[in-house]
Write a protein that binds this ligand. Sequence first.
Ligand SMILES: Cc1cc2nc3c(=O)[nH]c(=O)nc-3n(C[C@H](O)[C@H](O)[C@H](O)COP(=O)(O)O)c2cc1C
Length: 152
Amino acid sequence: MLGNFMSKILVLYYSRTGNTEKMARAIAEGAKNAGNVEVEVNYYVEAEELGKFDAILVGAPTYHHDMPMDMKNLFEEAAVKGISLKGKVGAAFGSYGWSGEAPKFVLEIMKNKFEMLVLEPPLLVKYEPDQNVLGMCRDFGKRVSESLIHVT
Ligand SMILES: Cc1cc2nc3c(=O)[nH]c(=O)nc-3n(C[C@H](O)[C@H](O)[C@H](O)COP(=O)(O)O)c2cc1C
């Protein structure tokens, strides 16, 4: 790798009862440990800020068979403002109870509207992640970091 270039990863999540937040923190940890990356974990960012990241990982729990309104608003704002996310790496994850559509919807928008390079399948966890699942979350984060080493 040339110079001290560091890839930037955003782990953006919504979580009402903390399950998706636990996933987000484990994913961020895995991504950080994998190498030369800067990782920001946040529950809110302005649409304009999305442009500075090389990878955007969205944590979306499923409520009422849908993705959280916060995520819809962010994608809507990015689209209206013409913010380009083309070619950035995208991934989605989330806790769910029985149907778990939200991460799939997030990936569809990333791929079809924003032309991002999406990592499939999304990582889904039923209710609260246990130690085993948190290990899967760390691996998921690591895979994203490693994919950036190849594309940058
Ligand atoms: C009002 C309500 C509606 C829900 N609707 C769905 C649903 O449509 N599909 C599903 O898989 N889980 C549904 N769930 C379960 C949540 O996805 C689950 O509790 C998840 O762990 C919440 O994640 P969080 O702690 O990150 O907010 C619902 C839960 C509540 C309280």
